[in-house]
Design a protein around this ligand. Sequence first.
Ligand code: UDP
Length: 566
Amino acid sequence: QAVFRFDTGALLEQVGTGKESLNFMKRRIQRLAAQWASAARRLDDKLRSHRRDEKRILVHVGFLTEESGDVFSPKVLKGGPLGEMVQWADILTALYVLGHDLKISVSVKELHGFLGVPPGRGSCPLTGALPFDLIYTDYHGLQQMKQHMGLSLKKHKCHIRVIDTFGTEPAYNHEEYATLHGYRTNWGYWNLNSQQYMTMFPHTPDNSFMGFVAEELNETARLNIQKSKVNNMAVVYGKEVSMWKGKETFLSILHRHMEIHGTVYYETQRPPEVPAFVKNHGLLPQQELQQLLRKAKLFIGFGFPYEGPAPLEAIANGCIFLQPRFSPPHSSLNHEFFRGKPTSREVSSQHPYAEQYIGRPHVITVDFNNSEEFDAAIRDIMKINVEPFLPYEYTCEGMLERVHAYIQNQDFCSPEARFPPVNASRIWQGSPLAPFMLLPNSSVLTWASNITSHASWPPLGALQLLASLQGESCVKACQDAGLICEPALYRFINIKEAFNALDFQCAGLESEMNHLFPAFSAEHAECGLQQDPLLFSCAGASIKYQRLCPCRDYRDGQVALCRDCL
Ligand code: UDP
């Protein structure tokens, strides 16, 4: 049984020293310690009646190893990316606070030591049992584990979770399919269950949403913020000079209305890209950035970096986040940054999570190329007052709740999870009922509850079956119904009866490896079932198909969990 820990002192010792990245993570763990402790107390009360098994967990942070080149650590104090370190610090804290037996590795040598691979025997396969229940790593770490575990990686890979900022869609993850159909990238093709990839934001529900936390304000801090807000103060999102290049027009429009602050890293001379009217503080320690955000009214992004933590921190400190809409959206097809990333996701603004999950009045997304719209947005912002806001899923309690639920319920190792029945009919056969039924007074199809409740997480009761429109993905179809696509429930709808329940008349029924299946092709009246469970995918759309979608409900502010998922 796992026991909550309320003091992170021992974790700090475990994290080690010697790199700026580790120092940054330790400062963060220390700074948020009290917040984690009170969240742990609340969750402890909430989960009193739940069994929580203590797991043996290895965290191997591949991108910080010398063997991967560690390009991040030397840039920590020079404006380099910090989002990943924010996330890893929070993952370590969450796992530790939840009471698991944690080992941390930031070098291949430590990895070997923990896995019990004899030194000097590069690719000696790990014989016998894996000494961990779970391994959290990243794409670099996965590669290192492959090199050093050899063939035994395949045997143990169901225990692995890959922290993957932007996400990996099933079509890119499936080696054979990716190779045959042009989805092969530098990153994908590990043939994992796509939910083993864990993302920074809830991008595609094909992956699990890991997230991170932002600082929460107590009542006193909230009141103080209201008093100390400076109505005409703006902070620019961008700690690296390159993010300011070519932004003179926006900056001069903004400067007509507001006093502009920046936190751009510079060595000795003020960078020419940052105009003289900007008050540049240089790169600030996280804590001081929070103080600056508490005073500011506006936090403004100029399009890069994509999807970082800072906008959530700004909104949590009572700022309005103004950001550019991308039209057409940025994706791996049209933008250098996303090229080669294993996702077809279309990024509609600098921070789609802020746009879609938070929105007005906290987040305003406009076309920056239209100066009038841009100017009007700034005028509006100066007129409105907003309260600090942080979605529950980005609070410490929210992250602990979600990680707890994953650890106790996600299972990619059992034979059922590894080889789910392609034809789920056998689960309900023998019952006189069809597996799907309409909810009373509604058009929603659910799994008939009186047919064997089959072990599943999320539970089968959460399943709501929908058909997408032609050309629409299941991500979108579920979203439009106020639900979320749940890939773990695909196996229950990959059956002929699901087409019947949705009134599709199948002239033919085929089974194929196609990441859009199960789907109905209107042109040929063909019904297509999915042949390979690894290809069940919420993402993906084609004008040729209406897709069958397993949707589910979700908790307020916690999209990763269905109402009955705890
Ligand atoms: N940050 C900081 N000092 C600054 C600017 C940013 O400590 O002057 C921190 C900020 O608090 C956030 C982190 O950098 O948690 C990552 O921010 P960003 O959204 O810029 O994402 P990145 O591109 O670094 O991954």
